[in-house]
Design a protein around this ligand. Sequence first.
Ligand code: G3H
Length: 492
Amino acid sequence: EIHQREYLVNGEMRPWNGEVSEVYSPVMIPAADGSLQRKLIGTYPVCTETEATEAMEAALQAYDNGRGEWPTMSVAGRIKCMERFVYKMSEQRTLVVKLLMWEIGKSYADSIKEFDRTIEYINATIDALKDIDRQSSRFEMAEGLVAQIRRSPLGVVLCMGPFNYPLNETFTTLIPALIMGNTVLFKPPKHGTLLHYPLLEAFKDAFPKGVVNTVYGRGAVVTPGLMATGKINVLAFIGSSKVANDLKKRHPKVNRLRAVLSLDAKNAAIVTKHADIGLAVSECLLGALSFNGQRCTAIKIIFVHKDVAEEFTRQLSAAVEALKPGLPWTDGVKLTPLPEPHKPDYLKEVIDDAAAGGAKVINPHGGITSGSFVFPAVVYPVNEGMRLYHEEQFGPVIPVVPYESIEEPIAYQINSPHGMQVSIFSNDAKEVSSLIDPFVNLVSRVNINTQCQRGPDVFPFTGRKDSAEGTLSVHDALRAFSLRSLVAGKLN
Ligand code: G3H
């Protein structure tokens, strides 16, 4: 068990003797009465608005209206600090990976992937900054003026990441925000808090005081007040659209706030009658069920042409049944327990709703629940009248919709409040090109014969409508957390 009794503010680990929150693992163990119980794995501080405000004041002071040590430090100096951080962070790999498994139930292979991807992301960010710096050392000339175009920091950034990538996605905003010379405060997600604890020393050691500060506690209590001060310059939030909008609205001058947001999504796969069914099944399986479907980029609804719908559904069900369930550290495990306690009941509700409308769970184990574990369900035939057609299930349920005309999935995307990604499966090149245009201006990424996903991290990652604001990727994030400013003068 890890009992965290301190938090990082203004370069020091402040002791905490107040209220703490208990962390229960999605991994369940049998209790004395034989029932399954979530295992207690630690506690962390439930700080109040007072400590959150202190964290923000520390960040403001370190920024000092752009005159602080960090925002004025040379790029080479900032890179040196970041390299020191990577070195110190790497020392914590084993513990952080273990906590990823225990806190959010991510498999060992995926937990390793999350940690290593984050280190690679930081190293790529350092290289990208070197590129930007080379460009800034050039002079531009126009109309008798000579100018040096720079990338300047924006101020204080509040970073909040999601439970499904508590390390990686928190760092896809935190790291670029930092390296561009901003000062930051970050609040770890509720599920996935403890795993940040071993990294606090690395932040403390690598960066000047006040550059990185933590906000612990209940999000709904500590973050709205911070926004209401109007002193947060950038809100970097990955999570639900509702929370992001509530937070944005708190800022007294929303036009002075830059928001970098990655939010809700309901990505569709479209399998036409010209698709390679085997390929579509294996890609949809990965897309819909990696980390139990708990990804913003997951495929959350599949439209299949009616001529191939039954065959597709049959093969998909067989593939789902072959996936190995188990504890996160089990070899080859693909299905693991779910961290959100309400999720099993919610998934049952949407499956029951579809059943009431005439759909069936096709695979024999689909929907079977044991404690925090839900075996994935392939639900067919789903239609517009069902909740699964509209709601982002963010879990292991795959709605399959048979369609007659391609106008149905197009209308679905037009009417959807979301616009992140789509995957089109077809082996007919003409058909594929005729489908790119209707979708490319409705979502931010069209995938052909492959699953939806964020990576590779050099590709822009964003969304339309309620799915995102701003763009992330190694290069885009450096732009998102800086301003293209210039120093210009007349040539004598
Ligand atoms: O949950 C949203 C993540 O951005 C998904 O990332 O596609 O690399 O799994 P991923």
